[in-house]
Design a protein around this ligand. Structure first.
Ligand SMILES: *Cc1c(COP(=O)(O)O)cnc(C)c1O
Length: 453
């Protein structure tokens, strides 16, 4: 066991110049434990199969341990997929002023729950509330952690032990474990399914309201699925009018939360929050980080009486929004109020990006790299909105040998670039690459293209 005796001691390693650098970079306790753990692992390895070990290899092993321990798993990536609201890549990037707002409110103290005029405790609920009610025309608004929480909270506060009528056309699963029927059961509501998988009529709603006098109606956006062919659902206006006729109300889970009309960009019209309220829905729930283009949040807008009950429910405290979210959300909403959403909010900029601009960017990348072809293609909105819908775009395409290996190398190191493969070509869509990421993207591509054969 000569090799074991030859292993340097912890103290010896601590004397090396590398250790001094580690201590500077990672602190003494972490460095010490990385050295100990690595030595222990190597000792065990040598016992099993004796090999010679030089100090250099040992130092590399400690370095690797330290890298592994301090490597942040949540790291920025460049999204070149062309999927604007990519749930796996964190959905909506924030606007500069939303980021600024987080920075200023979170680097110090804030008025999160403090009333400056009165000099005493204030309410967290007020922060995005005023802008939300002004924008949507709703009586009141409340912000929680995400839209799944918003729907669960609304049903828990308003529908516990009550029958809730929902059409079979809307018993959806949106992915990530969110299934409308399961959430309804979890809230304590009694699920009353009406209609069939493809069709539901106003008379189905009316029959259910007659059979269950204290029922309320849940309407859910189809999210990432489309009902086509022999299919129909009554207009939301008719459902709401019927509910009111029966002295009850409608909760609309709108999902993506568009405040602007998507049809102006050649997409199908995505129902907006304003329309849902105008149709007579009493409570509307939607996400903050889908088409709204803000931070992860769940937003409830609607009748003051319903929101009062919701805010008082014990779950409200458990799913409340934090100050980072409220700071970013308020700043994002302000863009809509100031009519600058299309230019300031990144997801809307991407949706609204003229094809010619995208083509120019792709051509510029091609020129800088002296590689690839610019071809026509499609981008998608994603994020549970506008399924199957595409936006025409231009792509920079690379025909490289072993395209999947090239794709994997794009994901290595910093920044990771996420792209896609179609017909053996690696495709990069400028639409979802933020302008400030272009330089990094080009530098990395230049490096990889010269190495990749
Ligand atoms: C996305 C979505 C949800 C969930 O929203 P999160 O903010 O992701 O929690 C709920 N309902 C519908 C219809 C959706 O599209």
């Amino acid at each position: 066991m000569n090799e074991l005796r030859n292993l340097p001691s912890v103290d010896r390693l601590l004397q090396t110049p590398q250790a001094e650098r580690w201590i500077n970079q990672y602190g003494r306790p972490l460095t010490l434990s990385a050295i100990r753990v690595t030595l222990e692992q190597i000792r065990k390895g040598i016992e099993q199969s004796p090999t010679n070990l030089d100090e250099e290899r040992l130092i590399r092993a400690v370095e690797e341990t330290l890298n592994n321990w301090t490597h942040l798993t949540l790291q920025p990536v460049i999204n070149a997929t062309g999927v604007i609201l990519h749930t796996n890549l964190g959905r909506a990037p924030l606007s500069p002023s939303a980021l600024q707002s987080i920075q200023t409110c979170a680097s110090g103290y804030s008025t999160l729950e403090f009333n400056l005029a009165a000099g005493r405790r204030g309410k967290r609920e007020i922060h995005a509330q005023q802008i939300l009610t002004r924008l949507t025309g709703a009586e009141d608004a409340f912000v929680v952690n995400n839209n799944a929480a918003a729907v669960l909270l609304a049903l828990s506060a308003l529908a516990r032990r009550k029958p809730v009528i929902i059409s079979r056309t809307q018993l959806i699963e949106i992915g990530g474990g969110f299934r409308v029927p399961d959430v309804m059961k979890q809230s304590g509501a009694k699920l009353i399914e009406i209609g069939t998988t493809n069709r539901v009529h106003l008379s189905d709603y009316e029959t259910a309201l007659q059979n269950y006098p204290n029922a309320l109606i849940l309407h859910a956006h189809h999210s990432n699925f489309r009902l086509i062919g022999f299919a129909s659902e009554p207009a939301l206006t008719s459902i709401a009018a019927l509910a009111h006729q029966y002295q009850t109300f409608v909760i609309d889970d709108l999902g993506s939360g568009a405040l602007l009309d998507t049809s102006q960009f050649g997409l199908t019209h995505e129902p907006t929050i304003q329309e849902s309220l105008q149709a007579g829905c009493d409570l509307v729930c939607f996400s903050g980080d889908k088409l709204l283009g803000g931070p992860q949040a769940g937003i409830l807008v609607g009748k003051a009486g319903l929101l009062d009950k919701i805010k008082k429910h014990p779950l409200a405290r458990a799913v409340r929004a934090d100050k980072l979210c409220l700071a970013a959300l308020s700043a994002t909403l302000l863009h809509y109020l100031k009519d600058e959403a299309l230019t300031e909010i990144p997801v809307w900029r991407m949706i609204a990006a003229p094809q010619e601009e995208i083509r120019r960017r792709a051509l510029r990348w091609q020129a800088q790299l002296s590689a690839g072809n610019v071809i026509g293609g499609v981008s998608t909105v994603g994020g549970g909105s506008l399924p199957e819908e595409t936006l025409p775009t231009f792509l920079l395409a690379f025909s490289v040998p072993k395209a999947d290996r090239f794709l994997a190398r794009l994901r290595e190191g910093d920044p990771a670039i996420i792209a896609r493969i179609e017909n053996d070509q690696v495709l990069l869509d400028p639409r979802t690459v933020l302008p400030q990421q272009e330089e990094e993207l080009i530098t990395k591509l230049q490096r990889l293209l010269t190495k990749h054969h």
